[in-house]
Every structure is written in structure tokens, then in C-alpha cells.
Write a protein that binds this ligand. Structure first.
Ligand SMILES: [Mg+2]
Length: 348
């Protein structure tokens, strides 16, 4: 990542409301511009004057262009754009019902959601832990596994610096080959690591992956790269899978999770997120509604597209993102601030 991009859709409806959604676009570096152009050229027009009675029905609006993306082998882009639209429409629906998004999903939702700090590189790990502690954050995730290696010294250093009331996990970002992953996890099992995330390729055969998870001596987390709802369901319901991390801006939006809102497996859902304030706050709403005892991923790096995106700052206190009682996601875009960082924009 050469920079921290953000790609935001604002939809308006006949009720005078606006709904916000974010399209996943972290990398490759020009991903945001490409997706922006595709959205502008072939998605936006189709949304005009559409009657949408249920957020999940957004799929049907774009059914006829889906084949283009299948043929181009770019279904991922199609899915990310649809996820963002789905979230924006959920936001609109919550506005229409005059409810915060989390209360629309679950009326008992609380106005806060615990977060864990992520995006931490080995080189600035101790600095990041201290930064997180200032916000009351108790859980930290570090990147490891670069070039199929295991840096035991780094892991010992983290283990020695985490307090008794804190916990930590490692994200391998698919960096290990399966046989090495087994060896490395055996070596790590003497540490109390909360989870090891995506140790192997997300394209690993599902049965092989599940067998690997079953035999692992440490809990495995995965899900940000699942792009098939049946596969998601299979991982979610597997008893050896303790943490599953879909990304609302990448695949399926909020509606993909709809059938699990009341499922006994919902407590395994720990939303993945790395992007701007829109996706973060949307994810905080959904997590607070479906798994209030879980932890939401929050990037700890400086990012004005997160911190200065709204007219009101997103506050993290006592390790929680603080939500409010306003309808929808409860935050309004600060267009003046956005202008400072804006690369491209269009309105229709
Ligand atoms: Mg990850």
C-alpha cells in the first residue's frame, strides 16, 4: 500500500435520506481509481429511480452485468461494489425507520463496540501497543510470516510486552506454505496466542483447510478472502473454526450475514476491516448488533480518511468505538475535509 485509499458511495432516496457505503480498494495501488471508473461507467446509471424494497435485492439490479465480470475474471470487483451498495442501502433503510443501524438489526444493541488494534508492523510494534493502550485497547494483532519465515524473537518480544489483561494475535496474510505452517504453529503453541490469522493461502482446498484447522494447536482465524456464501457457511458452522472474519466492504455486504443474525454461530463473527471511517462505523454497528462480546478490527495507523472523514470524530474510549443514537450509521461526511484528500468525484 503506497497510501491509504477510500472509495465511498453516498446514495440518496426519495425520503430525503442519504446512505453511505464503502468499496474495498486497499490494493493494488490503483485499485480505487479502477473501481471508481467502473462504478461510474456501468453501475451508477442502473441505480437511478430504482425501487428497492429490501437491501439484499440490490443483487437483482445488477444481475445483467454480472456476466461481464465473470467473463473478465473480475468477480471480486463486482462483489466489492455490490457490498458497498448493500451497506449504503441498509443505512438508508435505517434512516427510513429512524433507527440506528445496529438497532434496526437488533433492538438491544449497545452504542459501543470493542476493537482490537491491527495494521501493526514488527518494526513499530511496541510503539503501537502503547498508542493502543492510550485508547484503552486491550487486544493487538501483528503482521508476521513475511517470505514464509517465522521470527521467534519477535514473537517472544511481543509475548513479554503484553500485560496479563491484554491479548494478542498474529496475521500471516497467507504467507506460509502448509507444511511450514504446521511446523511454525507447533513452535508457537507454547505461547498464549489468541489466534493465528490466514496462515496459508485462502485458495487452499476447503477440506484440506478445515483438516489443517482441526489439527492446529492454536486457533485459526480466516474469512476476509472468502468470496462464496456456501464456503462461508461451511467454515462458520465447522466446530473447529472459532473466528471467522468477513469484510462488509468486500463480499456480501450486511445482507450476506442476514441469515446468521440469530444463529448460534454468530459469536464467531469478528468482522475484518481496513479502510475509511464509513466501513469502520458500519462494521461497528453490525458487530454490536450480532456479536457484542467479540472484537472488531481497527487499523491503528494514522488515517485522516478515518479520523477526519465525518463532521464528528470517531471516538475510541476504553477500547470501544463509540456509536450514537442517530439514524443509520449516525455519522455525516465532512465534505470540506474530504475535499482536501479527494482524488476523484462524481455525482449523478
Ligand atoms: Mg488479515
Amino acid at each position: 500500500m503506497k497510501s491509504r485509499p477510500g472509495l465511498i458511495i453516498e446514495l440518496s432516496d426519495d425520503n430525503g435520506n442519504t446512505g453511505l457505503g464503502e468499496i474495498w480498494c486497499n490494493f493494488p495501488s490503483n485499485s480505487a481509481s479502477y473501481k471508481f471508473q467502473l462504478f461510474k461507467d456501468i453501475f451508477a446509471n442502473k441505480l437511478l429511480n430504482k425501487n428497492i424494497n429490501e437491501p439484499g435485492s440490490i443483487l437483482t439490479v445488477f444481475e445483467d452485468i454480472k456476466t461481464i465480470f465473470i467473463q473478465a475474471d473480475e468477480l471480486g470487483i463486482f462483489n466489492s461494489i455490490l457490498s458497498a451498495l448493500n451497506c449504503a442501502i441498509w443505512d438508508l433503510f435505517a434512516h427510513k425507520k429512524k433507527l440506528p443501524l445496529n438497532k434496526l438489526i437488533n433492538k438491544n444493541s449497545k452504542n459501543k463496540m470493542k476493537v482490537y488494534a491491527s495494521g501493526i508492523n514488527p518494526s513499530d510494534s511496541l510503539k503501537s501497543i502503547n498508542l493502543g493502550r492510550k485508547k484503552g485497547i486491550k487486544a493487538f494483532k501483528f503482521k508476521i510470516g513475511f517470505n514464509n519465515t517465522l521470527d521467534l524473537n519477535f514473537i517472544k518480544k511481543i509475548n513479554n510486552n503484553i500485560s496479563i489483561d491484554e491479548f494478542y494475535m498474529f496475521d500471516v496474510n497467507q504467507g506460509w506454505k502448509i507444511n511450514d505452517a504446521k511446523k511454525f504453529i507447533n513452535k508457537l503453541s507454547k505461547f498464549s496466542i489468541h489466534w493465528v490469522e490466514e496462515p496459508i493461502s485462502a485458495l487452499t482446498d476447503q477440506d484440506i483447510y478445515l483438516k489443517f484447522i482441526k489439527s492446529s494447536k492454536l486457533p485459526i482465524a480466516l474469512g476476509e478472502n472468502i468470496n462464496d456464501k456456501d464456503q462461508f457457511s461451511k467454515f462458520l458452522s465447522n466446530k473447529y473454526v472459532k473466528y471467522i472474519q468477513p469484510d462488509l466492504t468486500k463480499y456480501g455486504g450486511i445482507s450476506m450475514l442476514g441469515k446468521y443474525f440469530k444463529s448460534k454461530h454468530k459469536n464467531k463473527i469478528y468482522l475484518h476491516f481496513l479502510g475509511s471511517g464509513v466501513g469502520l462505523v458500519t462494521s461497528a454497528h453490525v458487530m454490536s448488533a450480532i456479536n457484542e462480546n467479540g472484537y472488531l478490527e481497527m487499523d491503528l495507523n494514522n488515517n485522516p480518511l478515518r479520523d477526519s472523514l465525518f463532521t464528528e470524530e470517531i471516538k475510541v474510549s476504553n477500547g470501544n468505538i463509540i456509536l450514537n443514537d442517530l439514524p443509520g450509521i449516525g455519522f455525516k461526511l465532512n465534505k470540506k475535509n474530504i475535499k482536501k484528500y479527494q482524488v476523484d468525484y462524481f455525482s449523478i
